[in-house]
Ligand binder design. Structure first.
Ligand code: NAG
Ligand code: NAG
Ligand code: NAG
Length: 264
């Protein structure tokens, strides 16, 4: 069954519908309970400086920490590197917001003073109901703390062997942890914007979005076989669809199953 095109379209739509996006201070109670959208953060924040090409490479090859910081001192004096990172969305024009908000990450590349320090941080700006969709950080554990007076539902799945979801709801100034490599998410439960700040124990933590990279970016035949050849998915049969997803190793791609006369 070649339902993968439909599938990819459905998930791509879901992926675009759920992550993050900006807006500017309006109330809306036309449909159901009222919600508030707002400009996320300080709209007049100046953009973080963009480091010159090659700066991080130079810092990485400094022969001592003192010499690395001497280089940083010169870069800071020249205004090319900042000692301060501004998480405000307006200060991070390079980040494309989604419908539900945005994540502004300070890593080695855009905040070179982190070079050699093994740490980074993210500001997560949620619109009402914004969902930071399930993702992993390949090189870091994350410690996330909610800053605003909000309710943020979060959870993670560790790895094969312990696949139960760990989940918790956080309110203002409460935090939780997402182990390195775990699939995790955060969902703003409120009808108003929310902000969380997260520390990560790598200066280059990386992120990989699960649905986007698996369903959208992998070879369609591989996705189809991994999902158990779904005929069609929507809200009414999503539970059935999940039941059809095979255990790994899955049977294989349809072309091979047909060629080898293996029923599926
Ligand atoms: C939000 O900002 C955009 C762009 O500046 C503007 O077109 C729109 O009218 C604004 N909406 C509200 C509700 O202020
Ligand atoms: C409020 O929401 C309704 C339905 O989603 C939409 O048609 C309307 O334009 C919104 N009004 C404002 C002021 O955003
Ligand atoms: C959240 O975790 C609890 C166990 O603490 C579990 O029973 C529940 O199913 C989880 N919720 C979801 C939505 O997976």
């Amino acid at each position: 069954m070649h339902s993968t095109t439909f599938l990819v379209a459905a998930f791509a739509a879901a992926a675009y519908a759920s992550p993050m996006g900006p807006s500017n201070g309006s109330q809306n109670s036309t449909n159901g309970p009222s919600y508030t959208t707002g400009l996320l953060g300080n709209p007049t924040a100046a953009p973080n400086p963009t480091p010159n090409l090659g700066v991080v490479a130079e810092l990485l090859t400094a022969d001592s920490t003192v010499n690395r910081f001497r280089e940083l001192q010169a870069e800071i004096a020249a205004g090319d590197v900042s000692l301060k990172f501004d998480f405000n969305p307006a200060a991070n024009p390079g980040v494309t917001p989604g419908m539900g908000g945005q994540v502004d990450l300070a890593n080695r590349a855009n905040f070179p003073i982190l070079t050699g320090l093994g740490i980074s941080a993210a500001g997560i700006f949620f619109q009402p109901c914004g969902l930071n969709t399930p993702h992993i950080h390949p090189r870091a554990t994350e410690f996330l703390t909610v800053v605003t007076d909000s309710n943020i539902f979060s959870g993670f799945v560790l790895e094969n062997g312990l696949t139960a979801e760990f989940n918790t709801t956080l309110t203002q100034f409460q935090g939780t942890v997402f182990p390195q490599g775990s699939i995790h998410f955060q969902q703003n439960l409120d009808c108003k914007p929310a902000v969380a700040i997260a520390g990560l124990n790598s200066e280059d933590p990386g992120a990989s979005s699960i649905a986007q990279n698996f369903i959208v970016n992998l070879d369609a035949d591989i996705v189809d076989a991994t999902l158990g050849f779904p005929k069609q998915i929507d809200g009414s049969n999503f539970a059935q669809f999940k039941k059809n997803i095979p255990l790994s190793l899955a049977k294989g791609v349809e072309e091979c199953l047909i060629r080898c006369h293996i029923p599926y």
